[in-house]
Design a protein around this ligand. Structure first.
Ligand SMILES: [Fe+2]
Ligand SMILES: [Fe+2]
Length: 149
């Protein structure tokens, strides 16, 4: 159980970090066609915060504690940073950054957690279903960003 809580805390840290960087990108993106991209980044940033809350809730149900110290989030995250292009007009670069460093990383993490839960599915169906639900949304996010490319 402790190992699972640790993995859920790492994924929870990823969600906070994704939320932050997506908001950052939505705020700085510029150029002629930036608006739909910025709106999508804003929308998806909200989903990442929802995932953060859902993971917090499940960690508590599992008698764990969501990571308490803010500065530890970057230390425990699977994906501690999203690096964006310097030019705010480079929407393609911004989209590639969130696809590759955000969504694809998240998809890998949740697939890995699902696989590890697969063997003990009967014992923890609730976590299994939560991770399945989050994973499905990460796949939708990846598609939404890819549609702009
Ligand atoms: Fe997420
Ligand atoms: Fe996502």
């Amino acid at each position: 159980m402790n190992k699972l809580v640790k993995e859920l805390n790492k994924a929870r840290a990823d969600e906070w970090i994704a939320h932050y960087y997506y908001k950052w990108a939505a705020d700085v993106a510029c150029g002629i066609n930036f608006k739909p991209v910025a709106d999508t980044l804003d929308e998806i940033a909200k989903d990442e915060l929802e995932h953060f809350d859902e993971l917090s809730e499940r960690i508590i149900e599992l008698q764990g504690e969501p990571e308490r110290n803010f500065e530890n989030l970057v230390k425990i995250a699977n994906a501690p940073k999203i690096t964006f292009p310097k030019d705010c007009h480079d929407l393609e670069g911004i989209l590639k950054a969130v696809i590759e460093q955000g969504e694809q990383g998240a998809i890998d993490v949740y697939n890995r957690i699902l696989k590890s839960l697969g063997s003990c599915f009967d014992k923890d169906a609730k976590t299994f279903h939560l991770i399945q639900h989050i994973l499905a949304e990460e796949i939708e996010h990846e598609e939404a960003f890819e549609n702009f490319l």
